[in-house]
Design a protein around this ligand. Sequence first.
Ligand code: SAM
Length: 262
Amino acid sequence: MSDSPWWASRFAALAAIDPAFAGALDRHAEAQVDLLEQLLDLRPGEAVVDVGCGGGRHSILLHERGYNLTGVDISSEVLDVARSRWRARHAEDEGPGFLEGDMRELPVAGPFAAAILMDESLGVFDDDADHLRTLSGIADVVRPGGRLVIELFNPYFWSHRHTTQHLPPGSLAAGVDVVRTYRFDPIRGRVEDRAVVFDGTGRRELPTQSLRCWTPPEVLTLASASGFSAVEIFGSDGWKVPARPVRLDARTSAFMWVVATL
Ligand SMILES: C[S@@+](CC[C@H](N)C(=O)[O-])C[C@H]1O[C@@H](n2cnc3c(N)ncnc32)[C@H](O)[C@@H]1O
C-alpha cells in the first residue's frame, strides 16, 4: 500500500463537491435498500454495520426503516456529509452512529445481525490480503447466522467496457457535469475510473479510482477464507437495481450482489 493511496483523497474530494449531487437518497438508493431488506432478512431493531458507508445513503434509509445502523468510513469529510444529510431529514431524532475508522480495523465490537459493503466499498486495496483482513474483521463482529451483503463490479461485464460517459441527467445539480472514463486491467483484475467534474468554477479531475474486481469463483474463495458460507451471487440489469434477486448475467449485469451467511 502506498503512503498516500488514492482512496484517502478521492472521497474527500467528492464530499467537497457534495452539493453538486442531486438527490443522494433518491429512488436508486431506495431500490438498493428494498433489495437489501430482502437479502438481509432482518427483524425490526436489529443492528447493522455499513462498512465504507460514505455519505450514509444506505445507513440513513435503513435506520429510517427501523434498524439500528452504524456506519464506518475512513473519511471524516464524507462522514460529515452523512451526518448533515441525516440532520436535514430529522432535526431532532438520533440517527445512525457514523464512526471514523479503517475497514481493516473496525472501530466497533458488535454483535451485528448483518454487515453491508455497498457501491464497491470493497476493492480499494492493492493487496488482496487487506480485503481478506477486512472480511475477517467483519466476521468477528457479526453474530453467528448473521448475513453479509457486498455490492461489487461484475468483471465479465466491465472487461469489455472501455467507456466514457456523463453521469445520468437528474443525478447532478443544474450547471454541473461529471464525465467518467472506465477501463479494465485484465492482469490486475481491476476497474480504473477517471472522473472529471465541470462546474461553475471550471474543470477538476478527481484522483483515479482503482477497484479490485473479483470473478464469482474468487468471491467464493475470499468469502469462505474469511469465515462466511452459503454464498450466493446475483446480478443487476445494467445500472438498474432489480426488485428481486436475479441471476448474474456475464454481459448485462454491471454489478454483482454477493450474499453470505456467517
Ligand atoms: C464508492 S464509496 C461508497 C460509499 C457508500 N457505501 C455508498 O454506497 O454511498 C466508497 C467508500 O469507502 C470508503 N473507504 C475507502 N477506503 C476505506 C477504508 N480503508 N476504510 C474505511 N472506509 C474506506 C471511502 O471513504 C468511501 O466513502
